[in-house]
Design a binder for this molecule. Structure first.
Ligand code: GUN
Ligand code: ZN
Length: 451
């Protein structure tokens, strides 16, 4: 049994509906973790007195939060992050597709999958929902790496049967067969979930979209992820490729790829009809602000959060950072350009509960409450001199937190807990050094049996 002490931030509601009142903050709080789950949350003094046998991890004034949930990423693009220039389609052709070709080598897929998960964990992210490549071994690689780290991870084989180079194309039939085989192999194993993944309408024929729609009907509890209305030239291309469709969303809807459990990345340039259909169908959209500025895609309308489930994501490597802190900062800046000032309570919620809701996993991850899985990030709110001097003036948690949201990076991540275990201790020695954690009764552990 472990008892984590520090400031504790959790949510009892949606801050887009309730504002700050949706958050619960304990200045000297405690989180009790047992057998991989959070069992109690309360005042530090109270929980210490009630659980004298628990191993104490005193994080001082650092913030204990749910681990971040990155709802849209491409792990195979890890090595090409921050590649200069170009619009979406050129960027895919110039950087992304050549890199994704390299995943025909399973050893390379394993190397990048491990590197990617270590990078996100170092940034406080405990769950990702990732695309892979067309190669089945790229799916095995990310799920194996996630399993070795005990992580809750969502992923699926990226399917493309046109408008991609030779060597990166499957067919409608092989996409269905490979996806089904991988789904049966991985879905529901440990903390892993398979996601049916047509890349986007330009790289799938209607036949392939229909085959994946049929697969989704066979396995209705899976998620389905794809891209939607990211750039205006992409939308014009979709219009040429699908002359019968009413709009971009209709290219998916017509093939059975719109309902609860659908997760659409970007969703910037939506028509009123598309917004209404997304809301009616109970689908989710994912805001990828560092990518949308980096590739020059456009400014997401956060007003959508009142109608549909909205998650937040890095979109690595179209996005320029692995950090959900940097992603929150970009979401704030993008909203400012649309005349919306997002509250820190809303930004933090998007990176935790909001993304968990988009992935329909909000009953397990993305919050601190009894019964939730113990995926936690401990955040130092004074991790650099620049942040510390700004936070020192704060009178509220939100004022204290906002400099870290805007200027923080992996240096702010003091500790990460995954499934009730300290990440970095066994698998990644050196990657996440103890940064000031005082483990109060660690020296007693030889004498007192600790559970
Ligand atoms: N649309 C289709 N594929 C991709 C991708 O890999 N990244 C981004 N940002 N958009 C896409
Ligand atoms: Zn993407």
């Amino acid at each position: 049994m472990d008892l984590l002490l520090g400031q504790v931030l959790s949510y009892t509601g949606d801050p887009f509906a309730l504002g700050e009142a949706a958050a619960r903050h304990l200045t000297r709080g405690a989180v009790l973790v047992d057998a991989g789950r959070i069992t109690q949350v309360g005042e530090a003094a109270d929980l210490r007195a009630r659980h004298p046998q628990a191993r104490i991890h005193d994080y001082g004034s650092a913030l204990i939060s749910a681990g971040f949930v990155d709802a849209h990423a491409h792990y195979p693009q890890t090595a090409i992050i921050a590649s200069w220039g170009k619009r979406l389609i050129d960027w895919l052709n110039l950087y992304t597709f050549p890199e994704e070709m390299r995943f025909s080598d399973p050893a390379y897929a394993d190397e990048i999958a491990g590197r990617y998960l270590d990078l996100v964990v170092a940034n406080g992210t405990t769950t990702v929902c990732s695309y892979t490549t067309i190669h089945p071994a790229s799916v095995d690689a990310i799920f194996s790496a996630a399993r070795a780290r005990g992580m809750r991870v969502f992923a699926g084989k990226t399917c493309m049967d046109r408008n991609a180079p030779e060597g990166l194309r499957d067919t409608a039939g092989s996409a269905y067969d490979d996806s089904k085989r991988l789904l049966e192999k991985w879905h529901g194993q440990d903390r892993l979930s398979y996601v049916i993944t047509p890349r986007f309408s330009p790289t799938s024929t209607p036949e392939q979209l229909a085959a994946l729609g049929a697969l989704w009907r066979e396995y209705p509890d899976c998620l389905m992820q794809t891209h939607l209305s990211e750039q205006t030239d992409e939308i014009a291309w979709v219009k040429d490729l699908f002359p019968q469709s009413r709009d971009y969303l209709d290219t998916y809807e017509a093939q059975g790829l719109l309902r609860e459990g659908a997760v659409y990345g970007h969703a910037i340039w939506l028509t009123d009809r598309e917004k209404a259909r997304l809301a009616e169908a109970g689908a989710a959209v994912v805001h990828c602000p560092t990518s949308n500025t980096f590739i020059g895609s456009g400014l997401f309308d956060m007003g959508l959060a009142r109608q549909v489930r909205v998650g937040l994501a890095s979109d690595t490597g179209g996005g320029s950072s692995f950090s959900m802190l940097r992603t929150m900062a970009a979401a704030y800046e993008v909203a400012q350009l649309r005349g919306q000032a997002l509250h820190p309570a809303q930004l933090w919620w998007l990176a935790t509960q909001g993304s968990a809701r988009a992935l329909r996993a909000e009953d397990r991850i993305g919050n601190i409450a009894p019964g939730m899985e113990a995926d936690l990030a401990v955040i130092d709110l004074a991790s650099t001199p620049a942040i510390a001097q700004a936070a020192a003036r704060a009178e509220t948690l939100w004022q204290q937190l906002f400099p870290t949201i805007m200027m923080g990076d992996d240096r702010a991540v003091k500790a990460v807990w995954i499934g009730g275990k300290r990440a970095g201790q066994a698998r990644m020695p050196g990657l996440l050094p103890e940064k000031g954690e005082v483990c109060a009764n660690e020296s007693n552990s030889m004498r007192k049996p600790v559970k």
